[in-house]
Design a protein around this ligand. Structure first.
Ligand SMILES: [Zn+2]
Length: 375
C-alpha cells in the first residue's frame, strides 16, 4: 500500500513544486483544493470538479458532524463513496468553523462546546473527538484540532491561544495514532508575531507531523500582513513536508503565497463567487450581472477552455444570472475552478522550468490590463 509521502521536484526562489503521494492518488503541488463543505462542491458534479484539474477536495468537519453526522457517513461507507469522489480528501478540524459559525461557544482546556447553527443542539469538539470524526469520514489528510483567534488580537491572547493549540496538537497526534496511508497535519499559530510563530513551529516539529499548515491567517489581517508572515513562516517549517495555507484565497493571494513557499491552499471563493455572478479571469474580476454584458456575444475569456467560455457568450451568462437560472452558478463555478487550477498548473510548470519570476510578472501584467473593452 502506498504510504503518504511528499517528493519535492524543484524550487525556484522560495517557490516549490512537488507531488504528494497517497493511496487515493497523487496531489500535484502547489495544489488548490476546492471546498466541498457539505459533501459537495456546490453546483458541480465530482467528475466536473476533477475535470477542472483538482487532485484533492476539502471537506468541513463542523458541517458534516452536524449534518448528516460522521457516524451516518461512516455507516454508509465513508465520505469518498458517499459523495462519489474517490480521490484524496482533506478535512479541517472543525475548530475554525465552530469559532465563526456556532452559537454559545465555551472554550476550555478540554475542548469547545457549542450550539449548532442549524438546530441549536449542543455539541462538543475536543482534539480526540475531532480525530474520531475525521477518521469516521475517512479523510486522507486530517488536520489537528486548534484554536484560531480573530485578528487583530493582543499578544497575550495570541500567545495563550497558540500554546493551547500546541497542547491540543499533541493530543491530536496521540488520538490519531498510527494510520498508514493517512496523514496528520499540524497547524502553526502565533498571529503576526515572528517569535510566537517560531515557538509554535518548534513545538509542532517536536511532536512530528506529516505536513504543516500555516494557520491563523486570512482572518481579517489583510494581504500585506499575511504576506509579511509568509515572508518567514514557511521557512520555520520542515522543507521536506508539505506546507498548507488554510482558507486562501484570491488569485493574487495564491500566487503570492506560492512565491513564499506554500504548497497547498483551499478557498470557497471560486465556487461561492460563481454563484453570485462573479468570474475570476486572467484580466481580473468580471461581474456578469453588469448591464454591459447584456448584448455581448464574446466569451468570458477567449483563451479559456472551460465549458462556460467555449459554449456560451457573456450575453447568455448575463441572462441566466439575471433570470436566476441554476446553470448560471454551474457555469461560473466551473469557469472559476478551471481558472484557479490553470493558475496552479502555470505555477507548477514555471517553478519546474525555473521561470517563476517571469510567470508572476506576466500574471500581474495581464491582470493590470483589466477586462476587455465593451463593444
Ligand atoms: Zn472559462
Amino acid at each position: 500500500m502506498t504510504r503518504f509521502s511528499f517528493d519535492l521536484h524543484a524550487t525556484d526562489g522560495a517557490a516549490r513544486t512537488g507531488t504528494i503521494h497517497t493511496p487515493r492518488g497523487e496531489i500535484r503541488t502547489p495544489a488548490f483544493m476546492p471546498v466541498g463543505t457539505a459533501a459537495t462542491v456546490k453546483a458541480m458534479l465530482p467528475e466536473s470538479v476533477r475535470a477542472t484539474g483538482a487532485d484533492i477536495l476539502l471537506g468541513n468537519t463542523y458541517h458534516l458532524m452536524l449534518r448528516p453526522t460522521a457516524e451516518r457517513i461512516d455507516r454508509l461507507g465513508g465520505l469518498h463513496g458517499f459523495m462519489n469522489w474517490d480521490r484524496p480528501i482533506l478535512t479541517d478540524s472543525g475548530g475554525f468553523q465552530v469559532m465563526s459559525l456556532a452559537d454559545l461557544r465555551k472554550l476550555t482546556e478540554r475542548g469547545v462546546t457549542f450550539k449548532s447553527h442549524i438546530d441549536g443542539s449542543r455539541h462538543e469538539i475536543t482534539p480526540e473527538r475531532s480525530m474520531e470524526i475525521q477518521r469516521l469520514l475517512g479523510s486522507d489528510i486530517v488536520m489537528c484540532f486548534d484554536e484560531c483567534p480573530a485578528l487583530p488580537a493582543d499578544r497575550d491572547r495570541i500567545a495563550s491561544s497558540m500554546r493551547l493549540s500546541m497542547r491540543w496538537a499533541a493530543r491530536s497526534k496521540d488520538a490519531f495514532g498510527d494510520r498508514p496511508g493517512h496523514a496528520l497535519f499540524g497547524i502553526q499559530q502565533g498571529g503576526l508575531e515572528p517569535d510566537l510563530r517560531e515557538e509554535s513551529a518548534k513545538a509542532l516539529v517536536d511532536i512530528g507531523f506529516d505536513g504543516y499548515a500555516v494557520g491563523g491567517l486570512a482572518v481579517g489581517e489583510g494581504q500585506e500582513a499575511m504576506f509579511g508572515v509568509l515572508d518567514y513562516a514557511p521557512a520555520q517549517l520542515p522543507a521536506d513536508k508539505p506546507r498548507y495555507l488554510m482558507g486562501v484565497g484570491k488569485p493574487d493571494d495564491i500566487v503570492g503565497a506560492v512565491k513564499r513557499g506554500i504548497d497547498m491552499m483551499d478557498c470557497v471563493l471560486p465556487s461561492r463567487s460563481g454563484r453570485t455572478g462573479q468570474a475570476f479571469t486572467r484580466r481580473g474580476v468580471v461581474n456578469i450581472k453588469n448591464a454591459r454584458h447584456a448584448d455581448d456575444p464574446r466569451p468570458l475569456d477567449e483563451s479559456c477552455s472551460c465549458p462556460a467560455c467555449t459554449g456560451y457568450s457573456r450575453a447568455y451568462l448575463h441572462h441566466v444570472f439575471r433570470a436566476g437560472e441554476m446553470i448560471s452558478g454551474m457555469l461560473l463555478t466551473w469557469h472559476n475552478l478551471h481558472y484557479f487550477q490553470e493558475i496552479m498548473q502555470g505555477m507548477r510548470d514555471a517553478i519546474a522550468a525555473g521561470r517563476f519570476a517571469a510567470w508572476e510578472a506576466d500574471f500581474h501584467a495581464t491582470r493590470a490590463e483589466g477586462d476587455i473593452a465593451p463593444l
